[in-house]
Design a protein around this ligand. Structure first.
Ligand code: ZN
Length: 207
């Protein structure tokens, strides 16, 4: 059973004091232990829903607050790094999972030229080119009854688009490299994240 929790009450703005220093134990080339301490509470943490679906990112500070309030559990830590509060010691989080299912109203992904190109990785879906100018091709041409849908639009380079002309891929003997479909919000989350950490990859369906 998934309970519905309002977003606001799930992410309280209560302030809890955490030590702002992160202690990391490392070993130097001679195997001696050394401790590096630096400020890193602003580094990003990936938030997974209870279902393990990635939802968003937050600061380490916010992640610690959720862990502290037992609203989340740690899924992946950052090596041997720990964060200390007055009483406890937490592994430094990299990926956390909410303890209850959170219904997230993801914004509808608008069907636009930019989003088609983004979905297709800015790569022609016929020849794989990503350097030449890119266009949006109607797989079933408009004049043949093809609609403006995620399934019927694809990224194509100018060369392939011209070659295909007013034909279907079958008629032009041009095979698509993938099946175009409506993108999942994770794709756009990835885009928004920019730099993806190694520990996040399995949760962003990148492996
Ligand atoms: Zn092409």
């Amino acid at each position: 059973m998934h309970s519905k929790i309002p977003f606001v009450s799930y992410f309280p703005s209560r302030r809890i004091a955490f030590s702002t220093t992160l202690a990391q134990i490392r070993h130097d080339s001679a195997g001696r232990q050394e401790t590096a301490v630096y400020l890193s509470l602003n580094s990003k943490v990936l938030i997974l829903n209870q279902s393990y679906e990635p939802i968003s990112v937050c600061s380490t500070k916010k992640a610690l607050l959720l862990l502290f309030l037992t609203k989340a559990e740690i899924v992946e830590g950052r090596g041997a790094s720990v964060v200390r509060t007055v009483r406890e010691c937490y592994p430094f989080p990299s990926v956390i999972r909410l303890s209850a299912y959170l219904r997230v109203p993801f914004r509808k992904i608008e069907l636009s030229r930019k989003n088609i190109l983004r979905r297709d990785g800015f790569r022609c879906q016929y020849c794989g080119a990503n350097q030449s100018p890119l266009t949006v091709d109607h797989i079933i041409p408009r004049s043949r009854g093809g609609n403006d849908t995620w399934e019927n639009l694809t990224c194509a380079c100018v060369k392939c688009n011209n070659k295909k002309g007013n034909r279907t891929p079958d008629e032009a003997s041009m095979r698509l490299t993938g099946v175009p479909k409506k993108p999942h919000h994770v794709l756009f989350l990835k885009h928004y994240l920019g730099k993806v950490e190694e520990t996040w990859r399995p949760y962003l369906f990148m492996d």
